[in-house]
Structures are given as C-alpha cells and as structure tokens.
Design a protein. Structure first.
Lengths: 251, 263
C-alpha cells in the first residue's frame, strides 16, 4: 500500500531565521522523491514536518488525505535516520519485532524480513557485533517492519563508505520493487538520488525553496549499469551545475 | 612430554599467582599494622595487636553478629528507600521538567547539610529509633541515585525517540521500553556508591544516637577502652561493606546491557 503526499505552502522559521519558504509539492502514491540541496537548506526540516516530528510555521501537509499526525496515529509512517535508531541492548531480530510490537501490527514476518535483507545468520547479533552496512539494513528492516505506507529516509546511507553506500542504494532499489511504497529521501549524494528516484527536488540554499524538480525518465529499479548511461551522466551533471550555482551564489 | 610439563607448570604458576594475590593484601595490611604499633608507640587501646583483635572478634562473635544484623537492617531499608526516592524523583523530573527546578535546590541543600545536623534534628523530631536511622541513610544515599538515574533517563539517543514518536508510542512505552533500559548502566553505577555508603552511614548514625548496631558497639568499645573490640567491628564492617559492593557489582554486571558481550 502506498499513499500520495501533498505539501502545500509549507514555511518554517526558527525565530528570525527562515528555514523553508512556500514549499509546494505533489507526490503520487508509490513515487520515490529525493530532496537534494546545500547544507542547511531545510530538506531535513521538511522531512520532519511531513513525519509530524516538527511543526510548520505556515502551510499544511496531507498524506493520503489525512494530516501527518493522524497517519502517525494509524502507524502508517516509517522513518530511517542517518544513524541507525536501533536499541543497543536488542538483538537484530528483537529490534525488528520491537517496531511491530509498538505499532501493534506485523507487516512482514521479522525472520523473513531479515533474511530478505541479507541478514540470515545475524538475527541474534547485537548492534555492537554488526558492521555499519548490516546495522543500516537492520535499521531499514525495523523501519518497514510494520509495513508503513510512507517511508521517510534522512540520508540513510551517508555514514557508509562510498562502495558500501552504492551497494546499499542498489539493494534498496530492489527491495522497493518487492515491497513498493511512497518514499521521501533526503540525500547529499546526487548520484544516489538519480539512481533511486522518480523525481529529484533541488532546494535553494537557506532559506530553502524549491529551485527545480527534475524527473528521471527511466523505469525503476535501476541497477549499476544505469550509472553508465547518457541519461544518468546528463542528469547528474545538470544537478551538479545547479547545486554549485546555488552554493556559489552570494559567496 | 614437553607439552605436559608446560601445562602443569602453567597450572602451578596460575595457582601460585592466585595464592600470592590472596596473601599479599593480608601480609601488607598486617605488616603495616605491626609497623605502626612499633613506630608510633601508642597505647594498646588506641592501636591494639592484630592478634588480640582476632581474639576479640572470636570472643565477641555473638555480640558482633547480633549488632551486624541491626546495622544491616538499617542499611538495607535505607538503601531501598534511597532507590525509591532517587529513581522516583528522577522519573518525575524527566516527565515534568518544571518539578526539577522546584525540587532540585532542596535536594542539593539536603545533600550539603552536614549529616551531624540532620541526625540531631531527626533525633529531636523522631527519637533515636529505627525510622530515624533509616531516614538518615536515605537522605545520604538518594542523591547519587537521583543524579545518575536522571542522567541515564536523559541519555536516550534522540533518533530513538524519533523512532518511538513516528510509531506513536505512548509516554509509558517510551519510558519503560527505552528510557529505563538506557538508564540501567547509570543506575547500576549509583548502586555501587549507595550500597556501601548505606552501611558506612548506618554505622555512623548508630555511633551517634543508637543503642543497637555496629556503631553502638564501637561506642561501647571506646568507652571501655577496648580498642581490640573497636578494631574487630571495623574488620567486620569493612568485610560487610566490601561484600555488599561485590554483590552489587556482580548483579549489576548481569543486568547491565552495556557490559554484555555474549554472542
């Protein structure tokens, strides 16, 4: 199950500082949309507003026709953070089951989910016994264990090294094919955004506005070979130019 | 053949090391004790012969055992109440942050008032019974529990709190399933301080106002110039305090998730 998301005229200020100004976005059910932009442009803030973890100063968000708070109450949201939000005393399997217990809903059998995430044989390990990549897979498994309709991901693979990050991106694209859902994805990595997304939203530097929305006209999931296509090269180059332009503007 | 002899030497070596590690503290304590007697030239009721202390310990074993029981009751009740008050206040402070501003200054004040004054006031108000002694031990012991538990409850990783919020977890679920487990290493550290301190404080209060307990026996020993009895009680008190610390340390290690390395 997937839901559409409407972001209408969202603004957010922190005292005198404006973080986001008039953000308008319509996201279709099942769509994968990435937010890219310079540091401090408010992309994480927007994700947190959609997640009902922060309030907007103006505007509103609707997820499947309901307010984020209502979707949260119905346990239809999932969150993957940059650092794994796993509980340090829980074994991998227990951590996944913990989400299901709190949500009161078993989206997928926890053992099967971990097996699908390449964690067979590691179910009984605690966070300190898992590598960074494995830990982030447990984090993703725990985030979707209750089968949320909207998955919010805040730089989920940024803490990993380059190769591991690419590998995780490719793995996650395949995972979404098996269990499709709407995804909002914050990232600093243009190539990651282009590989995974239907659309990439480019933010201006602070205060964050939507500079442009780039549609990636290629079917998902895209594998490693997509990185060598002219479409990939052309879009990443264009996005890079836009971001550098944003960074250098006013310097 | 070579391997066997190495193994047996390894075993005897380990045994020797174990025996030496046991004997060394005893030899050093008694050696320094005898040295102090020899050098200081103080009367025997001030610094008695270790052997006389052991004799006194044996002869007064019934008396010391009975009063150790009294001291342990006071210390145990005070220790439990220290935890109830300390953990309870920490939970209230985290749930209702305003209460921290209201209560913490009073807690710090109590912490810094000399215990002699607290004992005097409580003895005047409540007499010199069990309740007074337990109250003093509680007032002396709750603060480390409060501070550590509060710090532990606050030590939760904010991203875990985000995870709980996105799942619409209740405050109770967040508290029981996240905040409390996060605070366990901190609470255990506080127990190691409060556990042995409860015994020391209980003895001090008994020394000041009580007619029971090891503190009272010390007092009686002093009055009668029975230095060996005072030292015998000191040995028992140190042993009990060490045993309590070790027990808490062992149990804490079993409960503490941050020290678990099992596969």
């Amino acid at each position: 199950m997937s839901v559409p998301v409407s972001i209408r005229k969202i603004s957010r200020s922190f005292g005198a500082m404006q973080a986001l100004v008039d953000i308008d976005l319509e996201i279709a059910a099942g769509e994968f949309v990435s937010f890219v932009g310079p540091s401090g442009c408010g992309k994480t803030t927007l994700l947190r507003i959609v997640a009902d973890l922060e309030r907007a100063t103006a505007g509103d968000v609707s997820i499947g026709g309901a307010a984020p708070k209502e979707m949260r109450r119905q346990k239809k949201l999932g969150l993957v953070s940059q650092r794994p939000a796993v509980l340090p005393w829980k074994r991998a399997l227990d951590d996944v089951k913990f989400t299901q217990k709190i949500a009161g809903r078993v989206g997928y059998p926890a053992e099967q989910l971990l097996a699908d995430f390449g964690l067979s044989g590691h179910e009984q390990k605690r966070p300190g016994q898992l590598s960074g990549g494995m830990l982030q897979r447990v984090n993703c498994a725990s985030a979707i264990a209750h089968d949320p309709e909207l998955l919010l991901m805040d730089e989920p693979f940024s803490a990993l090294d380059e190769m591991k990050r690419e590998e995780m991106g490719e793995w996650f694209a395949l995972e979404l094919q098996k269990r499709p859902r709407t995804v909002l994805f914050v990232t600093h990595h243009i190539d990651e955004a282009v590989l995974l997304s239907d659309r990439v939203v480019v933010f201006t530097k602070s205060p964050g506005r939507v500079h442009e929305v780039v549609t990636i006209k290629a079917p998902r999931p895209r594998d490693r070979s997509f990185r060598e296509t002219s479409l990939f090269i052309e879009i990443t180059a264009r996005l890079r130019r836009t971001l550098f332009h944003e960074l250098e503007a006013g310097v | 053949m070579t391997v066997q002899s190495e193994t047996s030497w390894g075993f005897f070596g380990a045994l020797l090391r174990f025996v030496v590690s046991l004997l060394l503290p005893i030899v050093s304590i008694f050696g320094l004790w005898y040295l102090a007697i020899y050098v200081s030239d103080l009367p025997s009721f001030v610094i008695p012969d270790p052997w006389m202390v052991l004799v006194s310990l044996y002869e007064n074993r019934a008396l010391i055992a009975e009063h150790t029981g009294h001291t342990l009751k006071v210390a145990a009740a005070g220790f439990i109440l220290s935890n109830v008050v300390g953990i309870g206040l920490a939970m209230i402070f985290v749930s209702l942050p305003l209460t921290r501003n209201a209560i913490m200054p009073a807690a710090i004040t109590i912490r810094n008032v000399p215990y002699v004054i607290i004992v005097t006031v409580l003895a005047l108000a409540m007499g010199d019974g069990f309740a007074t002694k337990v109250t003093v031990v509680t007032l002396a012991g709750f603060f480390p529990v409060l501070v550590n538990t509060y710090r532990g409850l606050q030590a939760v990783d904010p991203i875990v709190l985000d995870r709980m919020r996105i799942l619409d977890a209740s405050l109770w679920e967040v508290f029981i399933k996240v905040r409390l487990p996060y605070s366990i290493p901190f609470i255990i550290a506080a127990q190691e301080i409060t556990g042995s301190a409860s015994i020391v404080i209980a003895i001090a209060v008994e020394w000041m106002i009580s007619r029971t307990g090891l503190g009272y026996v010390i007092n009686q020993g002093m009055m009668a110039y029975q230095g060996e009895l005072v030292y015998a009680v000191a040995l028992v008190a140190a042993a009990v305090s060490f045993a309590v610390y070790s027990l808490i340390h062992y149990l804490g290690g079993r409960l503490n998730w941050s020290e678990r390395n099992d596969p």
